[in-house]
Design a protein around this ligand. Structure first.
Ligand SMILES: [Zn+2]
Length: 95
């Protein structure tokens, strides 16, 4: 799996589908990679559960919800080596 350092996105080919960067490098275990985007109300639940399992997580808000005066949704970034565990956790919580 390849990785774009600019977007923190995983990619199947050597050109990033988001920013067009070429010559992407192989992803490393500790790279924080884009994992998913969740609506605000799910963000705190998932974030708390990741931390409970000692999975490092970084979230960045996007959009704006006038009702809550906070971001409408959040992008989650997780080190690549924790992806499988994070996916299991997500399925457990939301599926
Ligand atoms: Zn990119």
């Amino acid at each position: 799996m390849l990785f774009c350092e600019k977007c923190n996105r995983l990619s199947n080919n050597s050109i990033c589908a988001i920013c067009g960067k070429k010559g992407l490098r192989e992803v490393r275990e500790d790279d924080f990679c884009y994992f998913l985007t969740l609506p605000a109300f799910k963000t705190s639940i998932f974030e708390a559960n990741l931390k409970e399992k000692n999975i490092p997580v970084a979230t960045f808000g996007q959009g704006y919800d006038f009702a809550t005066k906070k971001s409408a949704e959040y992008n989650f970034f997780i080190p690549y080596k924790f992806f499988d565990r994070a996916k299991d956790l997500y399925n457990l919580l939301f599926e």
